[in-house]
Design a protein around this ligand. Structure first.
Ligand code: DAH
Length: 403
């Protein structure tokens, strides 16, 4: 029940006290309800302002507001001797009511302003969301008449492809694969391969040494391996004969790059050690391998050479694949074999008995052969590439031709 102003039963202090208490608790309650409602963001600010006006008029309207009513019902009806006291109480109540109304107005107006601002920014958010949704839809629209996006599939690098091919030829002959570190010691790269310290054969492999190792004994000094031959030693240290391995990998030399040289390149090493292995086995194996790599019409020729770790040693030449070994092509001297009809391709030989001394093999009981070939050199010949640097420049137009 909304509050209505009662008539006073009498004009005693007790009656006045109780009537004033009821009135003030009524305005407090109405104020609370109003402020609560105003704090709701879902209530329109116009409603909040309208409610405030109703509240204000109900209590303070000159015509028939509650304050006016108490003047009429309490003060005017008071007997002359009580008028003074009643007048003071009515004035105090009036001031209290004004204070309540003032406070209520302040709070409600604040909420009304806030909700307007909140509503505005909500509105902006909402329209942004709509725009986003539209552009998202626009983007997701599927045009099935557009050509598809082709995803390029990578291809094996020609050097790796050739290296795998070489390894594959030997795996088919029963060889297994061994690998060794690219940073080697002087011992594995040279000494155990029968290159004694200061031997001039070391000069044929321009070596990149790791700096500041002078304090170490020569054999422990680190270098970038100049060939894959050290893997021969590592293999013989860990296995007893029979041994048949190929060792593919990266090697480094202090060579200036040009069309035929690169400071980093790849080799495949081979080693076979068993009882009764002869030079015939070496010749037959490499002749087969060259035919497998370059075609069955290719011929091989073994040319005397020198390597410290093989004795005897040979360079293997294949009949020129550009002029079929004739030395002449289209009536002109063949440039690929310098008109000789032969192309030098790899080194090989029978393992030097001194090498067995480094790995605890008995040279009286075992014999074997070794060979080493440059992968880039073989790739250049197989694919007719005229500059080794193309392999390392990373130009996809070159590389994708090998897919
Ligand atoms: N390591 C030699 C080089 O890089 C190639 C080589 C020659 C390896 C004869 C061998 C071999 O195993 O028997 O020049």
């Amino acid at each position: 029940m909304p509050y209505t102003v009662p008539k006073l039963p009498d004009f005693s202090t007790a009656a006045l006290d109780s009537a004033v208490r009821d009135l003030l608790s009524a305005i407090q309650e109405e104020k609370d309800v109003l402020v609560n409602k105003a704090s709701e963001p879902s209530v329109a600010s116009s409603t909040k302002t309208a409610d405030l006006k109703v509240f204000r008029d109900r209590w303070l309207a000159r015509k028939n507001g509650i304050v006016t009513q108490i003047t009429e019902l309490w003060l005017k009806l008071a007997p002359p001797d009580a008028k003074g006291e009643v007048g003071r109480r009515v004035n105090a109540v009036k001031a209290e009511v004004e204070r309540y109304v003032g406070e209520t107005q302040e709070r409600v107006e604040l909420f009304a302003r806030q909700s307007t601002a909140a509503l505005e920014s909500l509105g902006r958010l909402d329209s942004n969301l709509q725009t986003l949704k539209t552009s998202e839809l626009e983007r997701a629209r599927l045009d099935i008449t557009l050509p598809g996006i082709r995803r390029p599939i990578g291809v094996e690098h020609p050097v790796i492809k050739t290296m795998n091919e070489i390894v594959g030829v030997f795996r088919n002959l029963g060889y297994s694969v061994e690998e060794g570190p690219e940073i080697e010691t002087d011992y594995y790269n040279f000494e155990a391969l029968n290159f004694p310290p200061n031997h001039p054969a070391r000069d044929t492999q321009d070596t990149l040494f790791i700096a500041a190792q002078e304090s170490k004994p020569l054999r422990d000094r680190l270098l970038l391996r100049t060939h894959t031959s050290p893997v021969q030693i590592r293999t013989m240290q860990k296995m007893k004969p029979p041994v048949r391995v190929v060792c593919p990998g990266k090697v480094h030399r202090n060579d200036a790059p040009d069309a035929t040289h690169s400071p980093i390149f790849h080799q495949v090493e081979g080693l076979a050690v068993d009882t009764n292995i002869t030079f015939c086995d070496l010749k037959g194996t490499l002749d087969h391998a060259m035919k497998a790599l370059f075609g069955s019409s290719v011929k091989t020729r073994f040319y005397p050479s020198f390597f410290p770790f093989t004795e005897p040693s040979a360079d293997v030449q294949i009949s020129c694949i550009f002029c079929d070994g004739k030395g002449v092509r289209d009536g002109a001297p063949c440039r690929n074999c310098k008109a000789s009809g032969w192309i030098e391709l790899l080194g090989c030989g029978m393992v030097d008995p001194n090498v067995y001394g480094f790995v605890d093999y008995d040279p009286a009981k075992v014999s074997g052969f070794a060979f080493g070939m440059g992968v880039e050199r073989i790739a250049i010949l197989k694919y007719g590439v005229d500059d080794i640097q193309l392999f390392f420049q990373g130009d996809v137009r070159f590389l994708e031709q090998f897919g």
